[in-house]
Design a protein around this ligand. Structure first.
Ligand code: ZN
Length: 389
């Protein structure tokens, strides 16, 4: 199998910042940064997201000498691959050939990825004293709609100014590159955001957890995996897994500025629609806590809770978290509605599993082939093939 080989690495000054780029497969992968810090010409930011593609294809990665790796990062790649392979055996161990050289850049303080969501707001609140720089990247939620990007930057600049932090913005096509190669963003996003601290040389890179320790699932950003992306210069911290999502919301509510700056919507990165699952999940938590955010126009009486009916396990976990909160604050109406949704999902899921279990193997394989066909744009993910069919 041909190696994944990066060529023509370049670090160039742009208007208001810098661009780090390299060519792979005749395509330029770029990271355009703006802010007070200048990235170093290094390989970690390329290797981390390309690793899953290489593991899926079973080919090594060849880095040019001018994109070196930290010794710690390079040594940890074996442990990273152990975890990824265990989650999905279709991802096999490969080698990364690169020059070892430690980071020269140094930024005192911590970098924190913040898009205004519950997880990032909780990390910002928790590590307020340590954080020196807030990072905004253009590859989350409505990543295809770049019209919102200037508004997003303006909003985050206000938050950075309010708390006396520096804002670093990054425009990159790495999500397009991984998407085009068939990698699920669910798998790739952690590798991307954890590598920015190494690029700038911060003391710490704070990565906000999406799951609590009570509900750890295979995910691109994970408490097992994130610290392994550290370098000799930058320690990667996986933050917030010690609390649930509603407990994070409660903690954020103690900081009115962060509460008013909430940006959680699945449909937009510059405003909240008030009706998508993420908006409703956050809105109902605030409603149960007796709080409001002017940034989140959720109306319980009008919108209700129907959008929270779970269709997958991850949504069920988030729903159960809100049930716990409803119980804690004594709102039996919300508790009853959500328990009804939970029961329906569990019955339907058990029925589906029963049907799958009694199907003859040939029919099960046919159904799986159909499901895989429907997911052709995300063939590299953490869903292992069903080896029992
Ligand atoms: Zn929304």
């Amino acid at each position: 199998m041909t190696k994944i080989q990066l060529n023509d690495a370049a670090l160039e000054a742009t208007q208001g910042g810098s661009e780090l780029s390299a060519i792979w497969n005749d395509e330029k992968i770029f990271f355009r940064t703006s802010g007070r810090v200048i990235p170093e010409k290094r390989g970690e930011i390329f290797v981390a997201p390309l690793l899953s593609i290489a593991m899926y294809r079973g080919c090594d990665i060849q880095m040019p000498d001018d994109l070196p790796l930290s010794a710690t990062f390079a040594e940890n790649l074996s442990a990273v691959q152990d975890i990824m392979h265990r989650w999905n055996p279709a991802l096999t161990h490969i080698k990364v050939h690169a020059k070892i050289q430690e980071t020269k850049a140094h930024v005192q303080g911590a970098l924190c990825n913040y898009s205004g969501g519950i997880d990032g707001s909780h990390s910002l609140n928790k590590y307020m004293d340590e954080i020196s720089d807030i990072l905004v990247i253009n590859c989350f939620d409505d990543w295809k709609n770049q019209d919102h990007w200037p508004k997003t930057i303006a909003q985050k600049q206000k938050v950075a100014d309010h708390f006396g932090k520096n804002l670093i913005t990054v425009e990159t096509n790495i999500r397009d590159v991984t998407h085009d190669a068939g990698v699920s963003w669910h798998l790739a996003h952690g590798a991307v955001i954890t590598s920015f601290g190494t690029l700038f040389g911060h003391d710490m890179n704070i990565i906000s957890s999406g799951y609590s320790y009570g509900h750890l699932e295979p995910d691109g950003s994970h408490s097992l995996m994130d610290p392994l992306w550290s370098t000799n210069r930058t320690e990667v911290i996986h933050s917030g897994a010690e609390v649930s999502r509603t407990e994070k919301t409660e903690a954020i509510a103690s900081n009115p500025y962060l509460l008013n700056a909430l940006q959680v919507c699945w449909k937009s990165s510059s405003h909240n629609c008030g009706a998508c699952p993420k908006c409703v999940r956050t809105g109902i938590a605030l409603y149960l806590l007796g709080m409001e955010s002017p940034a989140l126009p959720y109306d319980y009486a009008k919108i209700g809770l129907k959008i929270l009916k779970p269709v997958e396990h991850a949504a069920l976990v988030l729903l159960e978290d809100i049930v716990d909160l409803a119980r804690r604050v004594g709102n039996s109406e919300v508790e009853k509605i959500l328990l009804k949704y939970r029961k329906r999902y569990l019955v339907r899921h058990a029925f589906d599993e029963f049907i799958k279990a009694i199907l003859p193997n040939w029919l099960g394989r046919k159904l799986r082939a159909r499901q895989n066909w429907m997911k052709t744009d995300e063939k590299i993910n953490y869903t292992p093939p069903n080896r029992f069919l």
